[in-house]
Design a protein around this ligand. Structure first.
Ligand code: AMP
Length: 751
């Protein structure tokens, strides 16, 4: 229906700006409907702003396709009316039919359309491949990049508009170009302010992530007859400086980019914590939707019968199915492992013909089937344990990892295994079989099937330090030396953030699993690692890195390798630092220096407490908690009469600490790459170069995210991995790891 004949007379206006323009009911994530009360001034402000961006002119013809229960319909209906543009209405059957929409757009010469992503997807599926002389506004949900790329080549201009109902339809927006690296939600609409607020209620610095709060003209009066909920979501604006100003807590996460654009990361409640890791479900969905044969994907975290959270991916495939479902899922899992840390790879996959939608055209997450109920639609590569030994190992893993139904092909890491669970598994296997596996065995025999075969074989090989974390690839391998008291598990996720063809090996401390005595001299430790590295990779070249204390060992290894005539292409310190006092000859000066350093340490502690009280206290509490957990763990183990506990780790840490205090550094004729964490929670002598200047020909400092303890963990490990890979690539330019295939067959770290 086209409305052409309208009165030329302006109607008499009785409404005041602060009168209600409309109440729109929205269910939100809780599912309980609440009426959002929008006043005239808010709507008027929005319409005037939208007239400019995305922009609507008299000559335009807008196709209205949104149900009136969704607030964007209000912009759709009133914007043409205040502009004098033409409005074309459709029926609801047409809005769900891609080809009918394309027909009406072409026949009516539509120049403006707004909708959620799903509408544009169905239009593309219906064969929209040519350019239409039309502005496209995508809103209501995150605009996927692949959709944005398709749309930019098919319309005159594409806009991404963002905003909750509670702040009047749209609060930010921008034009999206085909060349945009990131899809952002742009800048605030007129008379609107966006604040990014941290957990402490203060605005976070530019570039940091926090909750998006919206203030200004658009903020609604509140929820109709829901004063408590209103008070919870609409709060006083402490940043504007004007008493009485209010702002709305969106529940969305975002950050401000250097150009002032806002990046929205989705709902805070789409952030879940699984096994201690904060996981952004939308990030997994994004990577998943890029995979072969995936049209759409949604990821949920659901509880299994044991009450543990696990990730479930709901996937709609493209029509061209080429593989069997199980093979396809295996392929997706493998591809995800290259882009995401292992704990972010979904455990279960459910294949669907289509994703359920709400009446507003948004994905209805609450209507997704629970795979435990609809077990026949779940596809996984589950193979039940076959032998007594496999059953026993699967049961032990189940108890330690708190994951049910472990199949023989599931890997320890995929199930969330880490060093502490490994200690428990080692102990229980020892109790049941009398055989003791090692940390390294989890890397070499990561599945129930493999570890069972290994135990059955009863193969005895010398204890080694070298562990293959990620042996595949043609780039010059990286050898990374453990931190004090840490195992190869520390680097597992990080290694998978590096390039797919970047091999990564770790040197674990001798004695970490209690087989042999730890070495107590840095030169001896380095010599032992060097001999293993050379046995593994006789010709080199060698790229070395060391974490924290491991940096000192890597430094000594580099010296020793060079003395043997080997080429060291890169020497990296991952937060590895020099303690000045250890480099001094014993005597009065050393003692005075120690007293002086203690004073500086005390002052630094005081500075941390005053400048960053929250973080400092949190750090101290976490350290204390870790200590208490460790003690509690020891108690549990004692009660269980388990003879393997964490003491080996403590013992190694203590001996290594003494070793480093006796080690004197000699200048290294090369560059030391120092990867320096953004935050510091404890004192070091040199905050800038971490003490390396006197001991290297040159020092190159690279700033990474996070804090000393967290640099290998998400989300901080991303930037670090990128910078380390760049450094590796620069240092190893033109070099290829020739015997890559051979390396995979060399047994490393086998008991
Ligand atoms: P509603 O109140 O139903 O309009 O939903 C508002 C929520 O939808 C926002 O808080 C965001 O989580 C999401 N949303 C709306 N538009 C966008 C957009 N362009 N990009 C990302 N998320 C959006």
């Amino acid at each position: 229906m086209v409305l052409n004949n309208y009165s030329k007379q302006n109607p008499e206006i009785k409404a005041e700006p602060s009168n209600l323009a409309y109440i729109l009911y929205t269910s939100g994530s809780t599912g309980v409907p609440k009426g959002v009360q929008i006043e005239h001034h808010s709507l008027y402000n929005l319409l005037l702003s939208v007239q400019k961006l995305p922009g609507l002119a008299k000559k335009d013809k807008l196709l209205a396709i949104t149900t009136i229960s969704f607030d964007i319909s209000i912009a759709e209906l009133f914007l043409p009316l205040i502009t004098g543009a033409e409005l074309v209405l459709t029926d609801s059957a047409t809005t769900k039919d891609g080809s009918a929409l394309l027909d009406i757009i072409k026949n009516e010469h539509i120049t403006f359309i707004q909708a959620t992503p799903v509408t544009f997807k169905i239009m593309l599926e219906a064969g929209w491949d040519g350019l239409l002389d039309m502005k496209v506004v995508c809103t209501g949900e995150p605009l996927p990049k692949d959709l944005a790329i398709k749309l930019t080549s098919r319309c005159t201009a594409l806009y991404n508009m963002y905003g909750p109902t509670e702040t009047t339809i749209f609060s930010t927006g921008k034009q999206i170009k085909a060349t945009d690296e990131l899809i952002t939600i742009g800048k605030p609409v007129d008379n609107t302010l966006i604040y990014i607020v941290g957990d402490d209620g203060q605005q976070v610095p530019e570039g940091e992530t926090g909750e998006i709060y919206i203030a200004g003209e658009g903020v609604a009066r509140g929820y109709f007859k829901k004063p408590d909920l209103t008070a919870e979501r609409f709060v006083a604006d402490p940043f504007s400086g004007n008493a009485g100003d209010r702002m709305y807590r969106t529940g969305d996460l975002g950050k401000v980019l250097p150009d002032g654009d806002i990046q929205c990361f989705g709902r805070i409640d789409s952030q879940v914590k699984i096994r201690g890791y904060r996981i952004e479900l939308s990030e997994i969905e994004f990577i998943l939707s890029q995979q072969k044969n995936i049209k759409e994907a949604v990821v949920l975290s659901l509880k299994n019968r044991a009450g543990d959270l696990r990730l479930v991916a709901y996937v709609v495939q493209t029509s061209s199915k080429t593989e069997t479902a199980a093979t396809e899922i295996q392929g997706w899992k493998a591809a995800l492992k290259n882009s995401l840390p292992i704990f972010m790879v979904p455990n279960d996959f459910v294949l669907l013909d289509a994703l359920p939608l709400t009446s507003n055209g948004k994905i209805d997450r609450n209507a997704l089937p629970n795979p435990e109920i609809n077990i026949d639609t779940t596809l996984s590569s589950y193979v039940a344990p076959r032998t007594k030994l496999e059953k026993m190992i699967a049961d032990i893993w189940s108890q330690c990892l708190k994951v049910e139904n472990i199949g023989i092909n599931d890997t320890f890491f995929d199930l969330g295994g880490h060093s502490l669970t490994a200690v428990q598994v080692i102990t229980r296997i020892k109790n049941e079989t009398g055989k003791r596996i090692r940390f390294a065995n989890f890397f070499e025999y990561p599945t129930v099937e493999k570890i069972a075969a290994f135990l059955e074989n009863d193969k005895k090989e010398p204890v080694k330090s070298l562990v293959a974390i990620k042996p595949e690839g043609t780039k010059v391998p990286l050898y990374i030396v453990h931190g004090n008291g840490s195992t190869a598990f520390k680097f597992m996720n990080f290694a998978y953030q590096l390039d797919t063809d970047q091999p990564v090996f770790c040197l674990q401390a001798i004695g970490i699993d209690g087989y042999v005595e730890p070495l107590d001299n840095i030169k001896d430790i380095a010599a032992s690692y060097v001999s293993e590295v050379i046995a593994h990779n006789p010709h080199g070249p060698y790229s070395l890195a060391g974490y924290s204390f491991g940096g000192i060992i890597a430094f000594e290894m580099a010296q020793q390798l060079r003395t043997k005539g080997k080429t060291v292409t890169m020497l990296a310190m991952c937060e590895g630092y020099v303690i000045d006092n250890y480099q001094l000859e014993p005597g009065l000066y050393k003692t005075l220096h120690r007293i002086y350093t203690r004073g500086r340490k005390f002052l630094f502690g005081f500075y941390l407490l005053t400048s960053e009280p929250k973080r400092t206290v949190r750090f101290k509490i976490n350290t204390l908690k870790a200590y208490i957990n460790e003690l509690a763990g020891k108690e549990v183990m004692k009660e269980d009469k388990l003879d393997l506990d964490l003491e080996f780790i403590d013992k190694v840490a203590e001996i290594h600490h003494k070793a480093v205090s006796k080690y004197r550094l000699k200048p290294y004729d090369g560059t030391v790459y120092v990867f320096r964490a953004a935050k510091r929670s404890f004192f070091i002598d040199d905050f800038v170069n971490l003490g390396w200047i006197p001991y290297a020909r040159s020092v190159k400092v690279l700033d990474i995210d996070g804090e000393h303890m967290s640099i290998f963990e998400p989300p901080w490990n991303k930037k670090f991995a990128r910078l380390l890979q760049q450094t590796l690539d620069e240092c190893n330019k033109g070099l290829v790891y020739e015997s890559a295939a051979g390396y995979q067959n060399i047994p490393v770290a086998v008991l």
